[in-house]
Design a protein around this ligand. Structure first.
Ligand SMILES: [Zn+2]
Length: 148
């Protein structure tokens, strides 16, 4: 027989893997505290006829909570670990691909200052950009911007 759907455990782990790792950890702690609270409720035998059905359903919930206080936080913790690993891989990828474009600014051929991007304000090349010396107008060094 083929499995048609994931178990609840896998569903929860998958869910928390999509969240930030710290959210998975928080969910694990919160779910444990809530379920631990329910698991600790004393099931009192009903004193009247109306309480009988109530205590039966309470007993079911307490049994579920006893089971769930181990399973649910476990699933969330697992998801948090998966999320943390994915996050680390993502960060590595990001730092490898991003480069600071200002690091490629050339130096002025006249006075050796680090040049800045300037825009042509008049003439036929109006609006085009070039490297200009920051000491303009005292230094008139310029360089064309090479297309990367
Ligand atoms: Zn210069």
């Amino acid at each position: 027989m083929s499995r048609k759907r994931q178990s609840t455990f896998e569903d929860l782990a998958d869910l928390s893997a999509r969240l930030p790792w710290w959210a998975g950890v928080a969910l694990a702690v919160i779910s444990f505290l809530i379920l631990h609270y329910f698991a600790g409720i004393k099931v009192s035998v009903g004193t009247g006829p109306g309480n009988f059905g109530n205590s039966i359903s309470k007993q079911i919930w307490v049994s579920l909570a006893l089971f769930g206080q181990l399973i649910v936080p476990g699933a969330f913790s697992l998801g948090a670990i998966v999320s943390a690993i994915r996050n680390r891989q993502g960060n590595t990828l990001f730092s490898n691909t991003s480069k600071n474009p200002s690091a490629v600014a050339p130096r002025c051929s006249v006075c050796n200052s680090v040049m800045v991007i300037r825009t042509v304000k008049r003439g036929s090349k109006l609006g085009s950009q070039f490297w200009g010396c920051p000491k303009y107008p005292n230094c008139r060094g310029t360089l064309p911007i090479k297309d990367a």
